[in-house]
Design a protein around this ligand. Sequence first.
Ligand code: GUN
Length: 288
Amino acid sequence: MGAQIIDGKAFAAKVRGQVADHVARLKSDHGITPGLAVVLVGEDPASQVYVRSKGKMTVEVGMNSYEHKLDPDTSEADLLALIAQLNTDPEVHGILVQLPLPKHLDEDLVINSIDPAKDVDGFHISNVGLLGTGQKSMVPCTPLGCLMMLREYHGSLSGMDAVVIGRSNIVGKPMAQLLLGDSCTVTIAHSRTRDLPDVVRRADIVVAAVGRPEMVPGDWIKPGATVIDVGINRVDAGESKTRLVGDCDYDSCAEVAGAITPVPGGVGPMTIACLLANTVTACCRANG
Ligand code: GUN
């Protein structure tokens, strides 16, 4: 095992500490408490776990948490009405609609009905456009967390070859934009990429965000490269137990890589820390 482990759990705790300090100052100096509204439609078990965890950490850093749990058969009109109400609520500085939504709801329509200034996920088309053109925006939390870890480990990323595996709107595409913004040479690879192993072998930085358990083996990794594993996959561990694994085969990748994020304890905790940081940012921008 040669790779240095990038401890996302410890880094996230540090970021949450900074957020808590900022929240305390907003309260004491300005009488403002940042508030985050999380909307969950339906009963997807993984989403319920994420939402509970977001609510708990929001309160832990001193912010107000507003949870809206809606029936799986909630109509689009009712969901849009709730978002319209949250958009105008001065106590709510950030709004997050947990994805995926049930099939009968139009995800793009719903996300784009959020006030872009409160869109702490950075999924609104205005924020996507601002990020793509290098303007001030709300930045999606998972890619932002990955970027923060990469900057912490490397300092400057300028001139590095980065390969992002996965082209989702939530992770792959914004991750590529952020790496480009830090002057990496960026390749976005995906399920149709020809000779994926060779593409990945060129990379100084590999970000794996495909949602396929242990898909990337160590012999795809250039010796000394940095591996950021965004995957959180639950797999069978025998005796009716499960365990969490990433998109990379941790043991073989850690033998070759220079640095690697573990699963769990890597990207996951950073995502929530960045959500809290985005909420404080939204609150500060709203209050001048
Ligand atoms: N579902 C999986 N990841 C995310 C995320 O970052 N934000 C939201 N809203 N839903 C998700």
